[in-house]
Design a binder for this molecule. Structure first.
Ligand SMILES: NC(=O)c1ccc[n+]([C@@H]2O[C@H](COP(=O)([O-])OP(=O)(O)OC[C@H]3O[C@@H](n4cnc5c(N)ncnc54)[C@H](O)[C@@H]3O)[C@@H](O)[C@H]2O)c1
Length: 346
């Protein structure tokens, strides 16, 4: 049953592809989240009318502050596990709705799984009804603890089906299945991105992701918590680069017949990241080690050959540039403006 709880700004836009919104109407599920709010901002700038749909589980109303001044923006508070209003004509749908950090998605694992499966079906049905193109934010977690390195899209992964991370990993894998089955069955234009670790402005200080954890701990002068030896690797993509990848994938003339890796292929150990953060915050924090969580992947690095060759996309922002911006953001969020190390980019 449809359950529109609250419309923050009713009556935006009357027609599709009309007036100043010449690119049409885009719906962003998860639009109040870290990545979703950046995507809404980008789509508005590109000339879309934008409808954010969010249950504010992990998303924040203040992420939408700037957007709400835009006449082309509307937000609907709604849980996507319930069907969306039928009379919501849209041209493009981006599905980013899902808690993304382990403490958040493990807090209510059954709801997380429903979000990926029922939520995706509801959005796919909306796409089918309105003949809209639809994008799914999948994840590198579909590779689990990978036995192939770096991970190309053709690798099927090494995923635990019943561990504490499975609600997220298996939910996202099932969503990929649904997207391609809807495409084969109903001819819907689907685009599926497998996103690798992304960081930047508007991450939550308490979201438990490694970049935000380290920055917040360093700014507070607390010990940086490294799980395990810290020799496990990750690849960190700056949010602006990733959003550019979303736009390229969504606008590619031909829909790829498979998911596409989007991430930064430059690999760092978690210890290297911790030392960089201490350096960028001029912090006196020390590094302490804690036991590795269950099923924590030992290595992660995307093979982005497909995106490079077919979308002309690759990340442009280095980790040190992106960290400088992110440290600045958290510093302002936690303490108000306080001088931080000079950003390496303007
Ligand atoms: N940030 C990353 O590094 C990363 C990596 C891989 C995949 N992803 C995927 O990208 C998407 C966005 O991630 P993020 O980092 O912005 O996370 P986020 O938690 O900041 O954003 C998710 C948004 O979805 C909303 N949401 C969650 N469940 C919902 C539901 N049932 N109905 C409606 N709204 C709901 C939340 O309130 C939030 O605003 C997620 O689908 C995530 O799985 C992110």
């Amino acid at each position: 049953m449809s359950k529109v709880i609250k419309v923050l700004k009713p009556g935006v836009g009357t027609g599709r592809r009309g007036g100043s919104f010449n690119r049409g109407r885009a719906l962003v599920a998860g639009g109040a989240g870290f990545l979703g709010s950046h995507l809404c901002e980008r789509l508005l700038r590109d000339g879309y009318e934008v409808i954010a749909v969010d249950n504010f589980h992990t998303g924040k109303r203040y992420n939408l502050n700037v957007l709400q001044r835009d006449p082309g923006f509307l937000c609907i508070e709604h849980d996507i596990i319930d069907p969306l209003p039928r009379d919501l004509p849209v041209d493009e749908i981006y599905n980013l709705a899902c808690p993304a950090s382990p403490p958040h998605y493990q807090a209510d694992p059954i709801h997380t799984f429903k979000t990926s499966v029922l939520g995706s079906m509801n959005l796919l049905e909306l796409a089918r009804r309105h003949n809209a193109k639809i994008f799914q934010a999948s994840t590198s977690e579909v590779y689990g603890d990978p036995l192939v390195h770096p991970q190309p899209e053709g690798y099927f992964g090494n995923v635990n089906t019943h561990g504490p991370r499975s609600c997220y990993d298996e939910g996202k894998r099932s969503a990929e299945t649904l997207f391609f089955d809807y495409s084969r069955t109903y001819g819907i234009d689907v685009r599926v991105a497998r996103i690798f670790n992304t960081y930047g402005r508007r991450m939550q200080p308490d979201d438990g992701r490694v970049v935000s954890n380290f920055i917040v701990q360093a700014l507070r002068g607390e010990d940086l918590t490294v799980y395990g030896s810290g020799l496990q690797t990750r690849s960190f993509c700056y949010a602006d680069d990733l959003i550019q990848g979303f736009i390229r994938l969504m606008n590619a003339p031909n829909a790829p017949a498979h998911p596409v890796n989007l991430g930064n292929p430059v690999e760092f150990t978690v210890m290297e990241l911790a030392r960089l953060v201490i350096d960028y915050t001029n912090s006196r924090s020390r590094i302490v080690h804690r036991p590795l969580p269950v099923d924590d992947p030992r290595q992660r690095k995307p093979d982005i050959s497909f995106a490079r060759q077919n979308l002309g996309w690759e990340p442009q922002v280095s980790l040190s540039q992106g960290l400088a911006h992110t440290v600045e953001y958290f510093d302002a969020l936690l303490y108000g403006s306080r001088p931080v190390k000079e950003a390496a980019m303007s």
